[in-house]
Ligand binder design. Structure first.
Ligand code: URA
Length: 208
């Protein structure tokens, strides 16, 4: 498994704003969108290219393009939805799958309540979206669901990870890639990432 922490100044600047308890819901949403776009840039950096001829107004030249690459982007509901537009603004032809999982606040175990994936997911590179990789329980369950559906190539894009979550995914799914803006200090007794940013879903949607 590979874990990439994106240290780009734009990513780290926006992450600091995102963490700030004073950041409004509107601003938080915009920052999640922008951060996801920047992380997607990193997550797709190994996509293969093919050479083609392109006619400019002056002459024909060689250019490169991504050869009909098929991508599925799969947000984990509900906080992952805040990341969807960021990916689609760069890969508008991607198909979208949904994974409905919530965390039982007592056991911290994931409960799956909705799954709708592209039928041809086995032929697609999957970008799994979950802003907070905390215990890793829901991410590991989501990856298992994607694999059962045939997905072979999975990259998790998260904003913040806890070391515990990274260890969990490394153990259960050593074949997946993780792209993240930060690996934070630890999880607290309630399963929140510290220092983190609080509850990503609540901050995205203004709920409590
Ligand atoms: N989910 C969140 O939204 N925040 C955390 O810190 C952990 C899990």
């Amino acid at each position: 498994m590979s874990v990439t922490v994106v240290e780009h100044p734009l990513v780290q600047h926006k992450l600091g704003l995102l963490r700030d308890v004073e950041t409004t819901t509107e601003m938080f949403r915009r920052l999640v969108n922008e951060l996801t776009l920047l992380l997607t840039y990193e997550a797709t950096k190994d996509m293969s290219l093919e050479e083609i001829d392109v006619r400019t107004p002056l002459e024909t030249t060689r250019a490169r393009r991504i050869p009909g690459k098929k991508v599925a982007v799969c947000p984990i509901l509900r906080a992952g939805m805040g990341m969807l537009d960021g990916v689609l603004s760069l890969i508008p032809v991607a198909r979208v799958g949904f994974l409905g999982l919530y965390r039982n606040e007592e056991t911290l175990e994931p409960v799956e309540y909705f799954v709708k994936l592209p039928a041809d997911i086995a032929e697609r590179d999957v970008l799994l979206l979950d802003p907070m990789l905390a215990t890793g329980n829901s991410t590991a369950a989501a990856v298992a669901t994607l694999k059962r559906a045939g997905a072979q190539q999975i990259t998790l894009i998260a904003l913040i990870a806890a070391p515990e979550g990274v260890d969990h995914i490394t153990r259960d799914h050593p074949d997946i890639r993780i792209v993240v803006a930060s690996v934070d200090s630890h999880l607290n007794e309630k399963g929140y990432i510290v220092p983190g940013l609080g509850d990503a879903g609540d901050r995205l949607y203004g709920t409590k």
